[in-house]
Design a protein around this ligand. Structure first.
Ligand code: ZN
Length: 116
């Protein structure tokens, strides 16, 4: 029997389900389905839409700062490579972007359960 890989709607983790007819699960585990349900209930109580997301200020600032660093690195690379470049300059540009994007490893977007 073949399987289908999909992403959990709560945590974003990939998981496999059996292919074929029938309703596919949306969550990688029952506890994530429960957390998603609880989150929807909190959203309803606070009149948030299904596409709205709440972030802590520190989480928002971390993401905003990361995007700013990546954008600045891309602008540097654009000007460094304008008009052509030597292979070593491409390597330096890639390293510059790699360093700017490296802090993505410290940012977690996994949702938190209600009350945690
Ligand atoms: Zn999950």
């Amino acid at each position: 029997m073949s399987s289908v890989v999909q992403r959990c709607r709560w945590c974003g983790a990939r998981f496999e389900t059996a292919a074929g007819a029938g309703r596919r699960p949306l969550y990688c585990r029952r506890s994530h389905r429960q957390r998603a349900y609880e989150s929807r209930q909190v959203a309803l109580r606070h009149q948030l839409g299904p596409e709205d997301v709440l972030l802590t200020r520190s989480g928002f600032e971390a993401i905003r700062d990361l995007l700013f660093r990546i954008e600045a690195a891309l602008q540097d690379i654009d000007s460094d490579l304008a008009g052509g470049a030597e292979p070593d300059e491409y390597r330096q540009a890639l390293w510059h972007l790699y360093e700017a994007a490296g802090s993505v490893r410290t940012i977690s977007l996994e949702p938190r359960a209600v009350g945690s």
